[in-house]
Design a binder for this molecule. Structure first.
Ligand SMILES: [Zn+2]
Length: 743
């Protein structure tokens, strides 16, 4: 009589383990994603009717160094590309977050602690002293007639005399001024730093002009108030900006300098031209010596620097007579942008060595993984204690001690922040996600590519984020203090881990462990290309990553982005079997072990060892009646005898895995054999598709196994590795707990 593998099937207890509670851990996202439409299609790409608004700005502004204020006038031309008619427009007045009427201090919680620093007290009392916020002087149409407007905290509604139809454009003027805050006590993404030793200011200026709020197919008007945390939602447009500053100031800005011959010396112009052709190291355009001289002389004359920028969603600049300026060209596939740095002498010698180099390295790696850097310049400005990004320009910390010495921590911190902030050119300045809503879409994706950049160009730099192992402590923390990644920016707890570390680690796990670099990189680049100069939503990212790779990732997005579950897979039961071969069945085969019929599934083997002998299973005769008809054909071609022979000496290992953390993940198994050799096996996450709590699987091995480890390289962010090992470590104090859990 033919025998088939009925004996083995008995060993595969598909329903032997309790199902446990079913929480759809391995499941499609389904209704959690918005329904696809003609604006955003189901593949995650812009749909056939995708549209976005556009806002062009012509701005004339003056920076007053005497009283640290800024006065400006702008003409905004707003293009209504939406299918909708608009009877009013919303503008963002971010500076009003610093006004005396601001909600921000009112909604900031405080407690009195045993010891309170001056800064703590200042947060409670002094924040109101500064006269911040926009003073809006004029809102008028192109012929100067006043337009009706109302300011609601950080938003301003301009009522149009007649509705703006789809496809139409409207131009209007806004004039304003505001006091620039001292960043040192008051904080902020922009402001000034005062240097008491030489009596000079260094300005990093952003959110400095009334900017159009976003109107789109997802939110309508995105005018969620600016409270300080949730960053910005902005439209693309073209800018023509004239900045009047003291004549001895150097201005670094978004865009391209239009009147270099009017604001630079002949020698500086020559250096700038030389920098455009120099690819190996920065060329000094304004030297430390020149900057030191300007610090002392303090010109009272004025100069106007004119910058133009195309296809940017914002515009920022930095200005100081303290600036040293260097630049070099960067060879990308088709473009050769200028990488540049502006820094006071206080940044040296670190900044002249590392800043522009880091900018160039960032452009190289990001251009490979996303889209080629499209802008003419990329600038890093030295700015104490902050890292903040704008199109083509960013403000970065990292200052040596007064004697010019610096620790590795200062150097790596500075290089890390420069890569991160320059990297923000790609997310969200080009791939224009809504920061006010979703911090992870720019911070998480940027932090992920930052980690790739650091690994490529700075292999000795300690990585802070972007690998699975670096998120374990956060993931295993108290769930009371953890929110899902898919949480509005203002409501996130543990901001850095939530918006930067966890999404970056998740993407790293996708790339290295779940999809593999080839599939991941193509899909990630596809997302970047699809949404460059457009406005992606989370669903567009989730869908594109699947669409371009044919890897079902719904379970991954669901677990990692919509829950606070963590990874804790446990190898909770291991059984070792051999086949019991009756002596009369196979000639010349010695009986391998004593017969011990297993019926209950209970094992005497503990989690501490395999036991001295394998347990056995009986190889039974096949009952043809038990085999359904569709297997009949298979039976006819099954060489039962040879199967028995082939498996007679094999060791059968029945492994039971438990999902204790909630996140379903692939199971990576490392087998160590008696002869010292090692084998890896990878079970895709789909193994959890029917039972998200416990799964059992049998492995037939020629060699005897001495040791089993799951996730041997710690690449899944498993928070409890002690239960990944068999035999369990003797000295594991939590052994009993896991053993009982395993049973
Ligand atoms: Zn960032």
């Amino acid at each position: 009589m033919k025998r088939i593998l009925i004996g083995l099937l008995i060993l595969s207890p598909m329903f032997a383990s309790a199902q446990g509670e079913w929480n759809q851990k391995f499941e499609q996202l389904g209704t959690q994603l918005p329904t696809a439409n003609n604006y955003r299609n189901a593949s995650g790409a812009p749909g056939k009717d995708y549209w976005q608004q556009r806002a062009d700005y012509v701005i004339d502004a003056e920076l007053n160094d005497e009283n640290q204020s800024l006065t400006g006038r702008e003409t905004i031309t707003y293009f209504n590309n939406s299918p909708d008619q608009l009877s009013y427009l919303w503008l963002q007045l971010d500076q009003n977050m610093r006004s005396k009427a601001s909600d921000t201090p009112l909604i900031t919680e405080n407690v009195v602690t045993k010891a309170m620093s001056g800064r703590d007290i200042q947060k409670i009392s002094r924040e109101y002293d500064f006269d911040g916020g926009f003073k809006v002087g004029e809102v008028s149409d192109v012929s100067g007639r006043p337009l009706k407007y109302i300011i609601n905290k950080t938003m301003m509604r301009v009522d149009l005399p007649k509705p703006l139809a789809s496809g139409e454009q409207v131009s209007f003027n806004v004039a304003w001024s505001y006091n620039i805050q001292d960043r040192m006590p008051l904080g902020g993404r922009s402001g000034y730093e005062y240097f008491p030793k030489d009596g000079n200011y260094l300005y990093t200026i952003a959110q400095w002009f009334p900017r159009m709020a976003v109107y789109d197919d997802v939110e309508g008007w995105q005018h969620k108030q600016f409270l300080g945390r949730g960053e910005f939602a902005l439209e693309f447009g073209n800018y023509k900006v004239k900045l009047t500053v003291p004549a001895d100031f150097v201005v670094g800005s978004t865009g391209e300098l239009q009147n270099a011959s009017q604001v630079l010396t002949k020698a500086q112009l020559e250096k700038l031209a030389q920098a455009r052709k120099t690819f190996d190291k920065p060329v000094i355009i304004v030297s430390e010596e020149e900057a030191r001289k300007a610090e002392k002389n303090k010109s009272s004359a004025k100069k106007t620097w004119e910058y133009h920028a195309s296809d940017v969603r914002d515009f920022a600049f930095a200005a100081s007579r303290k600036f040293i300026w260097d630049a070099q060209a960067v060879q990308l596939d088709t473009k050769t942008p200028l990488a540049m740095s502006y820094y006071p002498k206080e940044g040296n010698p670190l900044w002249e060595k590392e800043s522009t180099k880091a900018v160039a390295n960032t452009l190289r790696t990001y251009s490979k993984h996303t889209v080629e850097y499209p802008y003419p310049v990329a600038i890093s400005v030295h700015s104490a204690s902050i890292g903040m990004e704008y199109p083509m320009i960013c403000f970065n910390f990292g200052r040596p001690a007064e004697d010019g010495s610096y620790t590795d921590a200062v150097k790596w911190g500075m290089i890390g922040v420069i890569i991160h902030e320059v990297g923000h050119n790609f997310f969200p300045m080009i791939i224009n996600s809504d920061e006010r809503q979703w911090s992870w879409m720019d911070e998480g994706l940027d932090t992920f590519v930052q980690s790739l950049t650091e690994k490529e160009h700075y292999p000795t730099k300690p990585l802070k984020r972007g690998e699975a192992r670096l998120i374990v402590d956060y993931m295993k923390g108290d769930k009371e203090g953890i929110r899902p990644i898919m949480t509005n920016s203002e409501q996130i707890l543990q901001f850095g881990d939530n918006a930067y570390g966890k999404p970056a680690a998740a993407l790293s796990i996708l790339r290295e462990t779940i999809m593999g670099p080839e599939l991941f990189d193509y899909a990630f680049k596809t997302y970047s290309e699809r949404w460059a100069f457009k406005r992606p939503s989370p669903a567009d990212f989730f869908r594109t990553m699947e669409d371009a790779s044919a890897v079902d990732l719904d379970w991954f997005w669901k677990g990692w982005f919509y829950t606070t579950d963590h990874v804790d897979l446990s190898l909770s039961k291991v059984k070792w079997y051999k086949m019991d071969i009756p002596e009369n069945e196979v000639e010349n085969k010695a009986k391998k072990s004593k017969k011990a019929k297993i019926s209950s599934g209970e094992s005497s083997q503990s989690l501490m060892d395999f036991g001295d002998e394998a347990e056995t299973f009986t190889f039974t005769d096949t009952d043809p009646a038990a085999v359904s008809e569709r297997f009949a054909e298979f039976m006819n071609v099954t060489d039962d005898k040879s199967i028995m022979k082939a498996n007679a000496d094999r060791n059968f290992y029945e492994l039971t895995f438990e999902n204790k953390g909630g996140l379903v993940m692939p199971i990576i198994i490392e087998w160590t054999y008696e002869d010292g050799s090692v084998e890896r096996q990878y079970l895709p996450a789909e193994i959890w598709k029917k039972n998200e709590n416990v799964v059992t699987k049998v492995f037939a091995k020629d060699k005897k196994v001495t040791n089993i480890v799951i996730d041997p390289n710690k690449e899944t962010a498993d928070v409890a590795t002690e239960n990944n090992v068999f035999p369990r470590m003797e000295n594991n104090s939590r052994f009993d707990l896991f053993q009982s859990g395993g049973e």
